[in-house]
Write a protein of this length. Structure first.
Ligand code: BTN
Length: 246
């Protein structure tokens, strides 16, 4: 259950490298792959994840998940809770922008990219890739502004290894609780953490701008929205929250 730790100075993407290892000889569950610099870091929706070399955490964790496809939310919930709980341990109050972003004071501090290996209608392996901004203090003007732990704490550099070790501990805790079916308390906590909860926010759905109120999470991790035509639940990839929520 402990898994190996692989650290390299440069990789194209820790997610891609982990997937490559999985397809070659297989790896132990809970193997962690990290690097100082990703030359082609991957973000959600085909975007790139580009951060200052060495300043931040960029890593992937491979978990032999063996859960149904409909339980994908367990993986993302565990990852979100791990990041939020770790930040909390440093006195940083974070919010979760559905489905996979972590915000502090409305700015993005971490992104999560989950890539699953699916066989026979099951998620066999989940590769959870996390980019957590730790010590970077200047960011280019992204379409959603970014921040880091160091910026929020207005202090000295943080020890990335210490942050990673707390995060992995937290990920295991959340994963095993969720995999054992302790989902309702966790979903409730995720509701409380939801950025824009019970606010009117703007979304992009199928290329169109839509206004709705975030009602919370469905039991399967979908996002429940009150729209003019009624309540609808959306799933990952179906909508994008636009920058108007408080
Ligand atoms: C996003 O918010 O768009 C998701 C960003 C995920 C970035 C991490 S960094 C480690 C892992 N390897 C990658 O190539 N991407 C993820």
């Amino acid at each position: 259950m402990s898994g190996k730790r692989i650290h390299l100075s440069v990789l194209s993407s820790t997610n891609s490298y982990t997937i490559e290892l999985l397809s070659q000889n297989g790896i132990e569950s809970w193997t962690v792959v990290s690097c100082d610099h990703q030359s082609a870091g991957k973000g959600q929706r085909g975007k790139r994840w580009e951060v200052e070399p060495e300043a931040n955490l960029t890593f992937s964790v491979a978990i032999e998940a063996r859960i149904g496809l409909e339980q994908q939310y367990i993986v993302s919930s565990a990852a979100v809770l791990a990041v939020v709980n770790t930040l909390e341990a440093y006195g940083i109050d974070a919010r979760f922008k559905w489905p996979n972003d972590i915000l502090v004071e409305g700015e993005k501090i971490a992104g999560i990219l989950i890539e699953n290996q699916v066989a026979d209608g099951m998620i066999r392996w989940s590769v959870i890739g996390i980019g957590l901004n730790v010590n970077q203090t200047h960011f280019p003007p992204y379409d959603w502004p970014a921040t880091s732990m160091k910026r929020i704490r207005r202090g000295l550099d943080l020890d990335k290894e210490e942050v990673l070790s707390l995060l992995l501990q937290s990920l295991k805790q959340a994963w095993f609780a969720l995999a054992k079916g302790k989902t309702s308390a966790n979903i409730r906590r995720m509701d409380e953490l939801l950025f824009g909860f019970e606010d009117e926010v703007q979304f992009e759905v199928g290329g169109k701008r839509v206004v709705g109120m975030i009602l919370g999470l469905a039991h399967d991790g979908g996002l429940r929205l009150a729209l003019s035509e009624g309540v609808r639940t959306f799933y990952n990839g179906e909508l994008k929250l636009l920058r108007s929520a408080s």
